[in-house]
Design a protein around this ligand. Structure first.
Ligand SMILES: [Zn+2]
Length: 233
């Protein structure tokens, strides 16, 4: 399958679904990481331009751990909104990756960029197959299956599917460690210990499903006929 991970910020993909992506990669599926915003606001010490340069390098290094391709959409951090221009960018990202499965944040996530990313993804996934909507790539042949990933610390998110990521946990942590610039930023801005938070969350989700470590998901059910399939590893 073609798997498209859509991350509103350059580090989201590894933090929320790094283990699941590593398992998809191990099973021979093709992974594309779409980094939607460039993360330009995620620093206390660097200029926006310098922060983008650092974060793109980090995101590409993290993707290379599992051989994922990167689409760097380069939209501005903290400014993502659902409008037609941005939706057409999402449509083009989906057409470029030709996904069977898309994984993205949920529509009730805590962060405005995450919520906008979620809505844009679901709307664009539905419209990507409409030929008269013209973007840089031809119309998609099918409507992909969408899965929403967990919220930070699992707050207000009830998974309906779990992936046992125990054998991919080392890889997930290695991918996360590529985002060195975010360790200090998250500590200063949100008093958040990056590795500790996501490792604890994976243990917590693991407890719920009988694994040492897990990631939780909810399928999007808005598209007719899309609900009952299991396409996770
Ligand atoms: Zn984010």
């Amino acid at each position: 399958m073609n798997i498209l991970a859509i991350g509103p910020h350059p580090d989201d993909i590894e933090c929320y679904i790094g283990g699941t992506l590593a398992l998809y990669a191990l099973a021979g599926h093709k992974i594309t990481n779409a980094c939607i915003t460039n993360g330009c606001m995620g620093s206390m010490e660097h200029s926006p331009a310098e922060t983008v340069r650092i974060r793109e390098k980090e995101a590409r290094a993290a993707a290379s751990v599992i051989g994922a391709e990167v689409i760097w959409a380069d939209l501005e951090d903290a400014s993502l909104v659902s409008d037609i221009k941005t939706r057409n960018i999402f449509i083009d990202v989906i057409r470029a990756a030709e996904p069977d499965v898309i994984i993205c944040p949920s529509p009730d996530d805590y962060h405005p960029d995450h919520r906008a990313c979620s809505v844009l993804t679901a709307d664009a996934a539905l419209l990507a197959s409409v030929p008269l909507i013209k973007t840089g790539h031809p119309a998609a042949e099918a409507t992909p299956y969408i899965l929403y990933h967990d919220h930070p610390n699992g707050v207000a998110f009830e998974p309906e599917e779990y992936v046992d990521i125990t054998r991919a946990m080392d890889t997930k942590l290695r991918m996360m460690s590529c985002h060195q610039s975010q360790i200090g930023w998250l500590k200063t801005q949100y008093d958040m210990d990056f590795a500790y938070s996501f490792e604890t969350m994976a243990r917590f989700r693991g407890l719920a499903c009988g694994a040492a470590f897990a990631e939780g998901f909810r399928p999007d059910k808005s598209f007719p006929g899309s609900a009952p399939r299991r396409l996770l590893p």
